[in-house]
Design a protein around this ligand. Structure first.
Ligand SMILES: NC(=O)c1ccc[n+]([C@@H]2O[C@H](COP(=O)([O-])OP(=O)(O)OC[C@H]3O[C@@H](n4cnc5c(N)ncnc54)[C@H](OP(=O)(O)O)[C@@H]3O)[C@@H](O)[C@H]2O)c1
Length: 293
């Protein structure tokens, strides 16, 4: 999974210089650092499980570690709350970070990284494809393809935080599609009427693939760059509902989202960067594994 340090440094130096002006990656640092998963909710705990297979020291943070980190051994639990600066020193120095909650508010984000981060650290931030705004549709009425160069909604607080981290600290921003997996099952969303058979496009990513990609991006992503993360197959809710009805006889009730086009998220950049074979490229096979209905 990890690149040889020499390879890593060369890639980072070449591409980062082309893409960011203000960020300076300290290319002399080639050692492998411990990892902190900042915010260990749904995705964070999946990353934790995968990262445990590595031999590095790995820590997981929570605002309520005793309650939320019971799967993590006590010595690896950190109490960290971005909103509470007194908790920041709990983080070990000079670690790599995967940040898994919205990077807001901006002032707090700036204060935290100003105090804690240094140029040698690697930082991956899980953002959202909602950064691209809503329904900037094409005249032909079909949802547009969105790549990393598409306009973002800079008025969104989380986008401001992510852009600050990207521009000033070389964060690798993953713009993540809808996350599903165990306990987050689209079949249940349909059964509960949260989504229905509309022509709105949706982009999904299984949490196991997201966790693996997040870890790999820590070393293989280019600092200061943005990557869309989804399974690469935009689908309409109508198609998903139809297939779920056919396979599991679950009927959608509400046509929520009628009139919205949604987006089709391009993952070309991610696929060029990572030689990664998705474990859950087939949504319906993944649903079969998730839910005996
Ligand atoms: N769910 C989706 O479909 C989706 C789609 C696109 C993007 N995303 C984004 O992807 C990321 C991961 O999603 P997820 O669903 O895995 O998130 P999640 O389950 O909400 O996990 C994030 C965890 O971060 C911790 N946290 C929240 N605010 C914090 C703060 N101010 N300081 C420190 N820790 C804080 C919370 O844990 P404690 O309560 O234990 O502290 C929370 O459980 C999020 O940024 C999310 O917005 C999600």
């Amino acid at each position: 999974m990890r690149l040889a340090p020499e390879t890593r440094t060369r890639k980072i130096t070449n591409e980062a210089q082309q893409t960011t002006e203000r960020f300076e990656y300290d290319a002399s640092v080639t050692t492998r650092r411990p990892l902190v998963i900042l915010g260990s909710g749904y995705t964070g705990l999946w990353i934790w499980r995968l990262a445990k297979q590595q031999t590095l020291p790995i820590y997981a943070s929570s605002r309520r570690p005793d309650l939320h980190l019971t799967d993590v051994e006590p010595e690896a639990r950190l109490r960290f709350d971005l909103a509470e600066p007194a908790t920041w020193p709990a983080l070990p120095p000079d670690v790599d970070l995967i940040w898994t909650f919205p990077a807001t508010p901006l002032e707090q984000v700036q204060a935290f990284v100003g105090q804690y981060c240094n140029p040698s650290q690697r930082l991956v931030v899980l953002g959202s494809t909602s950064a691209y705004g809503t329904d900037s549709g094409h005249a032909d009425g079909i949802a547009p393809w969105i790549d990393e160069a598409s306009p973002i909604n800079a008025s969104l607080p989380r986008v401001q935080g992510e852009e600050y981290l990207r521009m000033h600290h070389g964060a690798i921003i993953l713009r993540v599609a809808g996350i599903y997996g165990p306990q987050r099952n689209p079949l249940e969303w349909i059964r509960q009427g949260r989504v229905g058979p509309t022509d709105k496009f949706v982009n999904l990513i299984h949490v196991e693939d997201l966790a693996e990609i997040s870890l790999r991006m820590l070393l293989e992503g280019v600092p200061g760059e943005v990557y869309n993360v989804s399974d690469g197959q935009p689908r309409t809710w109508r198609d998903i509902c139809h297939e779920i009805q056919r396979r599991w006889n679950v009927t959608a009730s509400s046509p929520e989202g009628e009139g919205q086009m949604g987006k089709r998220i391009s993952t070309d950049k991610l696929r060029k960067r990572l030689q990664y074979a998705f474990r859950h490229a087939d949504l319906y096979r993944a649903l079969e594994e998730l839910a005996p209905p």
